[in-house]
Design a binder for this molecule. Structure first.
Ligand code: UGA
Length: 447
C-alpha cells in the first residue's frame, strides 16, 4: 500500500512517522520548503518528544519520504491522509481554506482508486464537502472514498498517544473502505470503532469540548475552594476516586490553552449556532477559561497594588510542558496584561522562547535560566509546569528575588514544602501562604 500524508504539522508528522514505523510505506507532503528540507535531513521542525528519532529511523530504513511534489505524493497513492491545518476565523468558525486547496490538489493528481482519510479536525459535514470536490474533478473511472478518522493525540506526548491511544475512530459510508482503514491501523492493537462520517466528525469535537468542560469545572471548584478555605487538590482527588468521574483532567490551574481546546470549543459553539442550537454549557466553559487565564494578574494586584514598574519573573511560556507551542497560551494573555499595567517582564521557558519571541518581540526580556529570570524580581509567576520549574530549589526565590512572592498558576509545589521557606505563595484553589503569618493561621486566611 502506498500511503500519503498531506501536511507536516503535529498530526501529519506523527501520523507519517507512526504509520511508517508499523511497516507502511509513507510519503509526507507539505508546501513549506524549509520544513521539508529539515525533514529530509531527519530533523523535526517541531519539538515533540520521540518524534525526531522516529522520523530519522524511518527515513533511514526507507519507509518514510518527504516531498513538496504533489504528483510524486498523490499519483499511485492507495490511501491519502489529510492532516492540514484548520485555523480559527475571526468569528470563531473554522477556516477550511487548506482543506479546499488540498482536496482540489488530490483530485487533480490521483490516477487510481483511492481512500481519502481526513485526520484534520473539521466541522460536521466537511467530509461531504471534500467528497464533492474530489468527485467533481476526478475522472469517473476512478473510485475515491472519503473516510473520517479524527486524531486524539496530545502535544508533548503525541508519539506515545499514536502507539497507545485509547481508541481509533473510523467514520465511513462504504464498509469496504472502513475495512481497509481498519487493516492499516491493525498493528497498533488499539480498539477500533466504526461509525458513520458525521458521528466521527462529532466525536472529535465532543471529546475536546468535554475535556475542556472538565477543566473549567475543576477551575470553578478551585475558585470556590479559595473562597471557603478548602483545598482543590484534596477535593479533586476525592471526586476523582469515583470511577464515573476519574482523575484525569481535574488539574486546576490557569485554564486550557493550545491549538485545540480554545479553537474547537468555539467552533462547536458556532456549529451549534448554525444548527439553531445555543450551546449554553460550552459558552460558559469558554467564559470561565477566559477569566481563569487572567487570575495571576488579579492576584498580583491584590498583593502589590499597582504593577507599574514592578519586575515580574514569568516562569513558563508554553501552553503546557514538553512542547514549544505557545498558541493560545495563558502566558501570552498574562504578559499582555502585565505590560498594559506598566510592569517589566522577564520570561523564562526551557524550549518555547523562540516561538514566544515571534509574538512578543522585544516587549519582554528573555531569560535563559531560572536564576536570571528571578533576579531582583518583585514577583514571580509560574505559568507552565515544566519539570525543571517543579524541581526548582525553593530557597532560590528567597535568594534571587527582591521579595519572595510567588503566584503559582499550576500548583507546582506542595504547601507543606512551601511552608518551610519564608515565601509568600499564592496558588490556585489552595490556601494562600504568607511568609510573615504563622502556619496555623493558613487555613483561615481566605475565609
Ligand atoms: C488536546 C486533547 O487532549 C487531545 O486528545 C486532542 O487530540 C488535541 O487536543 C487536539 O485536538 O489536537 P493538547 O491540546 O495537545 O491535546 O493538550 P492537553 O494535554 O489536552 O492540554 C490542553 C490544555 O489543558 C493545556 O493548556 C493544559 O495545561 C490544560 N489542562 C489539561 C489543564 O489545565 N488541566 C488538566 O487537568 C489538563
Amino acid at each position: 500500500m502506498k500511503i500519503t500524508v498531506a501536511g507536516a504539522g503535529y498530526v501529519g508528522l506523527v501520523t507519517s512517522a507512526g504509520l511508517a514505523d508499523i511497516g507502511h510505506n509513507v510519503t509526507c507532503i507539505d508546501i513549506e520548503k524549509d520544513k521539508i528540507d529539515m525533514l529530509q535531513n531527519g530533523r523535526s521542525p517541531i519539538y515533540e518528544p520521540g518524534l525526531e528519532s522516529l522520523i530519522e529511523k524511518n527515513l533511514l530504513n526507507g519507509q518514510l519520504q518527504f516531498t513538496m511534489n504533489p504528483e510524486q505524493a498523490y499519483s499511485g497513492a492507495d490511501i491519502i491522509f489529510i492532516a492540514v491545518g484548520t485555523p480559527e476565523q475571526q468569528d470563531g468558525s473554522v477556516d477550511l481554506k487548506y482543506i479546499h486547496v488540498v482536496s482540489h490538489t488530490i483530485a487533480h493528481y490521483i490516477n487510481k482508486d483511492v481512500i481519502v482519510c481526513t485526520k484534520s479536525t473539521v466541522p460536521v459535514g466537511t467530509n461531504e464537502l471534500i467528497k464533492q470536490i474530489i468527485h467533481s474533478r476526478k475522472s469517473s473511472a476512478i473510485k475515491a472514498e472519503v473516510v473520517s478518522s479524527p486524531e486524539f493525540l496530545r502535544e508533548g506526548s503525541a508519539v506515545l498517544d499514536f502507539f497507545q491511544g485509547d481508541r481509533i475512530v473510523i467514520g465511513a459510508d462504504d464498509p469496504d473502505a472502513a475495512s481497509i482503514m481498519e487493516q492499516i491501523y491493525l498493528p497498533l492493537k488499539i480498539p477500533i470503532m466504526k461509525t458513520d462520517i458525521r458521528s466521527a466528525e462529532m466525536i472529535k469535537y465532543a471529546s475536546n469540548a468535554f475535556l475542556a468542560a472538565k477543566i473549567s469545572f475543576i477551575n470553578e471548584i478551585a475558585n470556590l475552594c479559595e473562597k471557603v478555605g478548602a483545598n482543590i487538590e484534596e477535593v479533586a482527588f476525592g471526586i476523582g476516586q469515583d470511577k464515573r468521574i476519574g482523575h484525569d483532567f481535574l488539574k486546576a490551574g490557569i485554564g486550557y490553552g493550545g491549538s485545540c481546546f480554545p479553537k474547537d470549543t468555539k467552533a462547536l459553539v458556532q456549529l451549534a449556532g448554525n444548527a439553531k442550537h445555543q450551546f449554553e454549557l460550552l459558552e460558559a466553559v469558554i467564559k470561565v477559561n477566559n477569566r481563569q487565564q487572567t487570575l495571576p494578574v488579579i492576584k498580583a494586584k491584590e498583593i502589590l497594588g499597582s504593577l507599574k514598574n514592578k519586575k515580574v519573573a514569568v516562569l513558563g511560556l508554553a501552553f503546557k510542558p514538553d512542547t514549544d507551542d505557545v498558541r493560545e497560551a495563558a502566558s501570552l494573555k498574562i504578559i499582555k496584561e502585565l505590560l498594559e499595567e506598566g510592569a517589566n517582564v522577564r520570561a523564562y521557558d526551557p524550549i518555547a522562547i523562540p516561538n514566544a519571541k515571534k509574538v512578543l518581540g522585544d516587549s519582554v526580556e528573555y531569560a535563559y535560566n531560572i536564576h536570571y529570570a528571578l533576579y531582583e524580581a518583585d514577583i514571580a509567576m509560574i505559568l507552565t509546569e515544566w519539570e525543571q520549574i517543579k524541581h526548582v530549589r525553593l530557597n532560590m526565590f528567597q535568594t534571587y528575588m527582591k521579595e519572595p512572592i510567588v503566584i503559582d498558576g499550576r500548583n507546582c509545589y506542595s504547601l507543606e514544602e512551601i511552608q518551610k521557606y519564608p515565601i509568600t505563595y499564592l496558588s490556585i484553589g489552595r490556601p494562600d501562604v504568607y511568609r510573615d503569618k504563622p502556619k496555623d493561621e493558613l487555613r483561615i486566611i481566605n475565609l
